[in-house]
Design a binder for this molecule. Structure first.
Ligand code: SF4
Length: 76
């Protein structure tokens, strides 16, 4: 079974090199991206992409606690 998020090939957090602390990306990958559907489906970036079919802004991290509606509203 593939435990990796299906959005990983286009996701900057997964691809790496975008966050100031490189270790944070590794932590997110372990906690979300490579942790199976039960985890990556809780990632805020994943949820936004599923909902509106567009990638979330880079400022949105997997564990973002803002309401999803607010994030999407600010994108439009
Ligand atoms: S779990 Fe989230 S951060 Fe990781 S690849 Fe999927 S959308 Fe990107």
């Amino acid at each position: 079974m593939n435990n990796t998020c299906p959005k990983s090939s286009k996701c900057p957090i997964f691809q790496g090199g975008v966050l100031k602390r490189e270790n944070s990306e590794k932590v997110y990958r372990n906690l979300y991206c490579n942790a199976g559907a039960s985890k990556y489906e809780t990632c805020m970036r994943y949820k936004i992409s599923e909902l509106i079919g567009k990638p979330a802004p880079l400022t949105v991290l997997p564990n973002c606690s803002k309401p999803i509606e607010d994030i999407i509203e600010n994108m439009e």
